[in-house]
Ligand binder design. Structure first.
Ligand SMILES: CCCCC/C=C\CCC/C=C/CC(=O)SCCNC(=O)CCNC(=O)[C@H](O)C(C)(C)COP(=O)(O)OP(=O)(O)OC[C@H]1O[C@@H](n2cnc3c(N)ncnc32)[C@H](O)[C@@H]1OP(=O)(O)O
Length: 244
C-alpha cells in the first residue's frame, strides 16, 4: 500500500512527486510486489492536485523540473506493470484525480462531500493532452469533454454515475474493499493482464514519450504568461478567503 502523506492537503509538490516516483520504482523492481493500493493518510483529502505554489512566481528552470516530475509520475502509474487500485478516501481535484484515473480501478468513499474531477478550467489553466487522454479512456469522449470544458468537480455519487470511479463504498469499508478488488485482479496470471494493459494504454503513453520535451516547453511557456500567473494567484487568494 502507498499512502500519500503531505498535510494539510497532499498537494503534489516537487518533493512529494519525487518521493512518490522513487517509492513506485522500488515496488516496480520488487518481483514479490504484484500490486499497489494508492490512498491517503490525510483525513478527507486524497490529494488537492498539483501544488499551485510550484507553478507561481518561480523560474523557468523550476517549472521545467516540476513538469518533468509530473510527467514522470503519470508515466510510472499509468504504465505500471503492477495492479494499481486507487482507494479514494477524500476529495481529489485535478492532479489528484489524474493519479486515481491512472490506476486500474477506483473505489471511492461514498461521502457526498468528497469531490473528484479535472477542474483545471476553473483555475484558468488547461489540462494537457495526456490528462485529457487518460480521462477519455475512463469515461468516454462526451463526458470527458463536457467535464473538462466546465472544469467540473463531481460529488462521489455523481462521479460513480459517470464512471469516473468504479465503485462507492462506506468510508469504513474502503480499505477492505480495495484489498478484495486487489485479490480478484491478482488471481489472474500476471503476463496476460500486463500485456492487455500495455495494449490498452500504449498509444497514450507513447504519445507523451514522443512529445515529452515539447510538452515541457508548452507548459513552461503557458505557465510563465502573466495572465496565467495572475489567474493562479487569484485562485490561491480565493482558497485562503474561503477559509477565513
Ligand atoms: C494550450 C497549452 C496548454 C499547456 C498547459 C499545460 C499545463 C497546465 C495545466 C497544469 C495542471 C494543473 C493540475 C492541478 O492539479 S492544479 C491544482 C488544482 N487543485 C485545486 O483546484 C484544489 C484546490 N484546493 C481545494 O479545493 C481545497 O484546498 C481542498 C483540496 C478541497 C481542501 O479543502 P480544505 O480542507 O478546506 O483545505 P483548505 O482549502 O483550507 O486548504 C488548506 C491549505 O492548503 C492550501 N492548498 C490547497 N490546495 C492547494 C494546492 N493544490 N496547491 C497549493 N496549496 C494548496 C490552501 O491554500 C490552504 O493554505 P493556507 O493554510 O496557507 O491558507
Amino acid at each position: 500500500m502507498m499512502k500519500l502523506k503531505s498535510p494539510p492537503v497532499n498537494s503534489l509538490s516537487l518533493e512529494l512527486l519525487t518521493e512518490f516516483a522513487i517509492s513506485l520504482e522500488k515496488l516496480e523492481n520488487n518481483r514479490a510486489c504484484r500490486g499497489v493500493i494508492i490512498t491517503s493518510s490525510v483525513p478527507k483529502i486524497f490529494s488537492s492536485g498539483l501544488d499551485i505554489t510550484e507553478m507561481c512566481g518561480k523560474s523557468m528552470e523550476h517549472y521545467t523540473e516540476f513538469w518533468r516530475a509530473v510527467q514522470e509520475i503519470w508515466l510510472r502509474v499509468y504504465s505500471s506493470s503492477m495492479v494499481t487500485v486507487a482507494a479514494v478516501n477524500g476529495s481529489s481535484p485535478a492532479g489528484g484525480c489524474l493519479i486515481a484515473l491512472s490506476c486500474d480501478y477506483r473505489i471511492m468513499a461514498e461521502n457526498p462531500k468528497f469531490s473528484i474531477g479535472l477542474n483545471e478550467a476553473q483555475l484558468g489553466i488547461v489540462a494537457p493532452f495526456w490528462f485529457k487522454d487518460t480521462f477519455v479512456n475512463v469515461v468516454g469522449h462526451r463526458i470527458a469533454e463536457r467535464s473538462l470544458q466546465l472544469g467540473s468537480l463531481h460529488s462521489a455519487p455523481e462521479a460513480h454515475k459517470l464512471g469516473l470511479v468504479d465503485e462507492l463504498v462506506p468510508e469504513e469499508k474502503l480499505m477492505e474493499k480495495a484489498a478484495a478488488v486487489m485479490a480478484q485482479w491478482l488471481a489472474l496470471p500476471d503476463h496476460a493482464r500486463q500485456l492487455t494493459k500495455t495494449m490498452m494504454r500504449k498509444p497514450v503513453v507513447d504519445r507523451l514519450v514522443a512529445h515529452r520535451e515539447e510538452d515541457i516547453k508548452n507548459f513552461v511557456t503557458f505557465i510563465s504568461k502573466e495572465s496565467i500567473q495572475k489567474s493562479l494567484r487569484m485562485y490561491m487568494e480565493m482558497l485562503k478567503k474561503r477559509k477565513s
